[in-house]
Design a protein around this ligand. Structure first.
Ligand code: GLP
Length: 347
């Protein structure tokens, strides 16, 4: 299983990335002024990573932050206004057709446009935007894990740069290796306890709305198990009604309040049938917690979006294995081609 190599590479990539892209960030003219409006632009994992950084961007700059899928951006691009605007785009492959077109349009419209990508020489690097190429090396499996968390830490590094803060996670490598390894054990344990659920709902807030969306995307792409993700508030307001006694709800908690809400949800659902576990990064235990070792320093918790997905990346793989599917491939390997969402390298 190749994907496991990339999941395990994340502690090293995450802890080295901020320093590796620091000089590039210093050189970008688009980051010299504090924006008043930030438009996030991307799709799939890249949009999830941008969303994982949205609150840090908002807190660090005071800007209003909106997210646009590329087609929405093309249909209704931001209007020129008195507000200083930054368009922050991401595409791990640099080959998603509509993201490339939307970035071109953004540059044409004169917005400072910064793109985070994993591929030097990809088409998105030829759009005229300022480009951060994440120096993480190739990720040659269908479902990307390392590319996602690398994009999250890059977005957080942009937020830090705009807020004149620094991101230093270089001393976290041993802890993050623990997170990856305990995450694998927790994922195996989930499959042993609950088998293959008929549906998995992932709920998270703030940075972990991105985590929830990414976990549900990855589990679906790797294992083919039906998933969804919602802001926790949305889940509580109705979407948990769509679960059965064969379903699993994964609630992500970053604060004590969120942990209490998650525990209350777990208790309420247990009486009705659906199972609940809590991906609990808060330090306030609940009876539903996955047994994962997390970085605990309070001043680093705003970065948690870059390490929180690891156990659920493993969970996607373990579910695939339980279903007799190769986790390295997307569940429908050639579907992306059929759906024309990518410009292929040969095109
Ligand atoms: N199935 C893939 C997704 O997994 C990926 O997240 C998305 C965006 O890719 P990129 O970040 O390269 O633009 O493209 C495809 O649809």
């Amino acid at each position: 299983m190749q994907i496991g190599t990339y999941i395990r590479r994340q502690p090293a990539t995450l802890t080295s990335l901020p320093a590796a892209i620091g000089a590039e960030l210093d050189s970008f003219s688009g980051l010299r002024q504090t924006p008043e409006r930030i438009v996030l632009l991307g799709t799939g994992s890249s949009m999830n990573a941008l969303l994982a950084g949205a609150e840090a961007l908002e807190e660090g700059t005071g800007a209003s932050v909106i997210a646009k899928e590329p087609e929405a951006f093309l249909r209704l691009p931001p209007r020129a206004s008195g507000q200083r605007t930054l368009v922050l785009a991401a595409s791990q492959s640099g080959m998603s057709i509509t993201t490339i077109e939307a970035v071109r349009l953004s540059v044409q419209l004169g917005f400072p446009t910064l793109v985070i990508t994993g591929e030097a020489g990809s088409l998105i690097t030829e759009t005229g935007a300022e480009i951060i190429v994440m120096p993480i090396g190739p990720e040659t499996v269908g479902p990307k894990t390392m590319g996602y968390t690398a994009t999250v830490i890059s977005v957080l590094a942009v937020a830090a740069k705009l807020a004149n803060k620094t991101v230093d996670v270089s001393r976290l490598i041993a802890q993050l290796e623990q997170t990856a390894e305990t995450g694998l054990v927790a994922a195996k344990d989930l499959v042993a306890r609950f088998g293959v659920p008929d549906y998995i709902l992932v709920a998270g807030q703030a940075t972990h709305l991105g985590t929830a969306l990414e976990a549900s995307l990855k589990i679906a792409e790797i294992s083919g198990v039906p998933t969804s993700a919602f802001d926790t508030e949305e889940a509580l307001h109705g979407h948990v009604y769509g679960t059965t006694d064969k379903s699993l709800v994964i609630a992500i908690a970053q604060t004590e309040t969120e942990a209490k809400v998650a525990a209350n949800l777990g208790e309420a659902l247990a009486e009705l049938g659906p199972r609940t576990v809590v991906l609990n990064l808060s330090g306030y235990p609940t009876p539903f917690d996955l047994d994962v070792s997390w970085p605990t320093a309070p001043e680093q918790q705003w970065l948690a979006g870059c390490w929180a997905p690891m156990p659920l990346q493993w969970y996607g793989c373990e579910l695939a294995i339980a279903r007799g599917i190769d986790p390295d491939k997307m569940i429908y390997p050639n579907l992306g081609r059929r759906l024309n969402v990518r410009i292929r390298k040969e095109a």
